[in-house]
Design a protein around this ligand. Sequence first.
Ligand SMILES: [Zn+2]
Length: 261
Amino acid sequence: MGLFSNNKISRDDLKPGDHIYAWRKAYIYSHHGIYIGDGKVIHFTRGDGPVMRKGTFVDKIIVSSMTNHGGYNPCPNCGKRSNTRGVISSCLDCFLAGGNLHLFKYNVSLATFMSQLRGGTCTIAPSDPSNEVISRAKFLLLRNGFGDYHLFKNNCEDFAIYCKTGLVVGKSYVLGRNGQANTVGLAACVARMLTPLVRNVIRLFSDVGMRKDAIKVPVESLVAWRNKDDTTVTRKRRLQHKNKHSVLTFYKHIVKFRFVI
Ligand SMILES: [Zn+2]
């Protein structure tokens, strides 16, 4: 598997603020996080929520490769967790889950980016200083403020890239413009039909470092926007439920009325 081993890094060479990743399930997808020092990693996980739709092929793969922090055999470093969903802090072993340690590279040249055979290993965008990176990761951990996991729209690589760069795309703070989204699922199937050059050009123009609509957003604003968005979604769901309930009540009255007459 030499194709994916060029970013391998030893634990001794890790520095706080590094964006690291590990391949899972025979290189089907990779899990990303921010190393914060003292053997700890902050990362964004699917937990018990769906990656897209519960029970799908991808969902089953990711659930089956997750580290089990509960049960009768919890990790001695992390302990038994009550919450494994969203932004969490784990020891390096739990993060790697048996995979090899890799370093995600920033500020790479166009030539290096184009030479990568697989997405989700590097970006053209430069990294912010490590203290800013760790500060963003810790804030998102404290507030569990990165929203719900979605493989293509809001995933672990998005989380790590945001912590490293503070960049999101466009007014809607869109994430999921990264290599992970190209690694699994329909996008990967379509991409495999293309030549490597065309595939890499598509990846290049999706890269957050290349996008002209990428903007720097302070972590406090991102969390506030996410909470507002969640509240809006919850309100919409409540309204839909209320409307559905009203319609059901209306039909029940009609049925009752028919029985009465
Ligand atoms: Zn652990």
